[in-house]
Design a protein around this ligand. Structure first.
Ligand code: GUN
Length: 296
């Protein structure tokens, strides 16, 4: 039997259509949601991400501003940019595109972001509140995974969920979300990583397997339980001379084999990927809703 494909592209489109209506209501009240993205250096992938975030804002009627500075920008300069954005009334969300050039202290910059504008959910305040079950802003990619599961009626309650990977952006917040005592959570969560003994055996226990380990095609079919739900967060470039670009995108999961064994699976591209921006916009509109006094 072949798994049901989870269409993140379509879900992201639906979410954006819902947000567009919320933005219209906010604009009628005189509140235009605003997102500022800080881009330091000339990493092409980062520039692509930031530009697509700005384009997505534009389509929804959300104001966006990209603050672009060269790679040589100093720590003091980056920190003053963030301080200024903290004070601006027209900015509801601040995003500092990661990774920053090596000479900059990214954690110190994150600490400076006003937690009320931390739409990436990276500030320790946001992370702590999430862990305590009182989320303010949730990290966008794991939040997107939860939203995908919710819209496909995949309830993690009481189920064995294995999160592969322990990054601050995905693995850790993903586990924190799933272990909470609330709807779309209540799971028995295991976090597996590069030092886990018998990682294949751990993965085989999973009713829901979330792969965010950053290794192309890491999850093989013999690591998957029959009928498991597979969520693939990975986006990896692998060489492919047959493609025009010379490469193609694959996830952390051997999709072609696993699709025959899983009950649900996310493709790469078109699965989790499009959800990150949709949830960033969700957080930004939520922040603007708070400014307008419409949301807690
Ligand atoms: N770099 C890769 N993903 C992200 C993200 O979601 N937010 C930020 N700020 N930087 C990133």
């Amino acid at each position: 039997m072949s798994a049901i494909l989870i269409d993140g592209k379509q879900v992201a489109k639906d979410i954006k259509a819902e947000l567009k209506q919320k933005v219209e209501i906010l604009r009628e009240k005189g509140v235009v949601p605003g997102l500022a993205a800080v881009l330091i250096g000339d990493d092409p992938a980062s520039a692509t991400y930031v530009n697509s975030k700005a384009r997505a804002c534009e389509k929804l009627g959300v104001f966006s501003e990209i603050i672009k500075r060269p790679a040589e920008t100093t720590q003091d300069e980056v920190e003053s940019i963030v301080r200024e954005l903290n004070y601006r009334d027209d900015i509801d969300g601040i995003l500092v595109q990661s990774p920053l050039p090596k000479h900059l202290n990214e954690f110190a910059v994150t600490l400076l972001i006003d937690p009320r504008k931390d739409v990436d959910g990276f500030h320790p305040h946001s992370v702590g509140c999430l862990l305590l079950g009182r989320p303010t802003f949730r990290s966008c990619t794991p939040y997107g995974v939860i939203e995908l599961m919710r819209r496909y009626d995949i309830n993690p309650t009481g189920r064995e969920v294995v999160v592969l990977g322990r990054s601050n952006i995905v693995g850790k917040p993903m586990a924190a979300m799933l272990m909470q005592k609330n709807k779309m959570a209540n799971a028995t969560v295991t976090v597996a990583h590069s030092r886990t003994a018998d990682i294949a055996g751990v993965c085989r226990r999973a009713d829901i397997l979330i792969a965010a380990i950053g290794q192309p095609l890491f999850v093989k079919v013999d690591m998957v339980k029959d009928g498991a739900v597979i969520i693939d967060v990975g986006i990896n470039r692998i060489e492919d001379p047959s493609s025009e670009k010379g490469y193609r995108l694959v996830g952390d999961v051997d999709f072609d084999a696993c699709v025959e064994k899983a009950s649900f699976i996310t493709p790469v591209p078109g699965g989790v990927g499009p959800m990150t921006i949709a949830m960033l916009l969700t957080n930004t509109v939520q922040s603007a809703g708070r400014r307008a006094g419409l949301e807690e």
